[in-house]
Design a protein around this ligand. Sequence first.
Ligand code: SAM
Ligand code: SF4
Length: 476
Amino acid sequence: MIFKPEICAIPDKRMTPFINADEIWSHLCNTVRPETLLIRDIIAKSLAKERLTLKETAALINADTPELIAEIKQGARDLKRRVYGNRIVLFAPLYIGNECTNNCQYCGFRVSNKTAVRKTLSDDEIVNEIEALEDNGQKRLILVYGEHPKYGPEYIAHTVKIAYGVKKGNGEIRRVNINAAPLDIEGFRVVKDAKIGTYQVFQETYHPEAYNWYHLGGKKRNYDWRLTALDRAQEAGIDDVGIGALFGLYDWRFEVMGMVRHANHLEACYHVGPHTISFPRIQAAVMENIGTQYIVTDDDFARLIAILRLAVPYTGLILTARENPALRREVMEYGVSQIDGGTKLELGSYSQSLNEEQDLNREQFKINDSRSLNEIVDELVADHYLPSFCTACYRKGRTGEHFMEFSVPGFIKRFCTPNAILTFAEYLKDYAPEHTRQAGWENIEQNIKDMDNPTFVAELRNRIKRIHDGERDLYF
Ligand code: SAM
Ligand code: SF4
């Protein structure tokens, strides 16, 4: 039996807070020890491409026997393979400035951290960083900022325009996403006009009391302003938004439910769910002041990713270099669609090497995967994933592409796989060392063999030849 969609305690209204902690806890408390058949039905519903209700998500969270956990993980694996195929999209974060007026207890940039060297990259430094990123083969960036009057919407838009303008050799940045403080509607309009991709704001914790405890000062203290940030983005016409929770601040079960509730809210009010979901786990940071009570183990982390994959099947899942290479490799199969590669968080460190002390004082937290982009590409290819730098949908005006991938029959075959191949071919020609090229071209051939439309394969081969002959930026 499949649950009927629940009636939420708080009806969804635009720009109105939608989290009710009691409602979330009551779903979690009312679904303990779920029957095996119920869990199988819920997994089947997700594989039939239906989003899950809060109650169904709670049942998956409560399915904690080894057998049921294995079934949930297998369901997530199947969903990823069947629906999304083997592409993994690659990007890099670029920290623009670490000035911050907030006092988040978990973050190295918090205003009370007097040892942090505060820095905002100059325009020239931004150009240097982007040239270095382009030299590695990056095409997609996320720009990251502290919350400070210096980083208003005009400044963010200015830095986005710089990023799009830097062209070195065959290098260019084709999609600039943003992770910055919440703006008002007018501010979101300004950054939209700079042609940003996704605007990401993480709620950190969806639990209002826990939120108050961690956020001691500055604008970020206002839970509701942050919760409704992406509503304002939607009102301003940004329909490509990313949500997230910082795992380790409160019970992971509650945070998963909070994110599913957030996705439901955006769907109910704007008819479009989040473009991406992020699930960063807390990492060591200078002056960080959090306990260990809610630290998420590796096993629970793998589980929560599989549950999110099933609960919101149409949304991209982002896994970052906060996690170590072995764990990233394992959890990727549960439905991750985007990862960062060659990540450096210290301000200015893509273009210059910093010593250890400079590193420590300019970074927000420690990452656990410091491999180069090419090392990550090598591993993806060895594991039969198809690395992708594709930015086609966004540039063709096909926003909501995850939803199309998911719901339009043949969309992945017609657009996503060929575009992944074309962007990977560019990478192999322009940036890859010999050993990566060999394995990479074999990977491309294998992916072409799996295509069934001869006319389309001929057109794809024609474009690959044009890339060999020197053309760039070809896409469907
Ligand atoms: N300042 C903006 C804000 O807070 O929304 C945006 C940038 S903040 C640098 C990006 C994200 O980093 C935060 O939303 C938080 O989830 C994450 N973060 C902060 N401290 C962290 C830590 N110690 N470990 C892992 N992630 C952390
Ligand atoms: Fe500032 Fe963001 Fe760090 Fe909080 S998480 S201290 S807002 S940079």
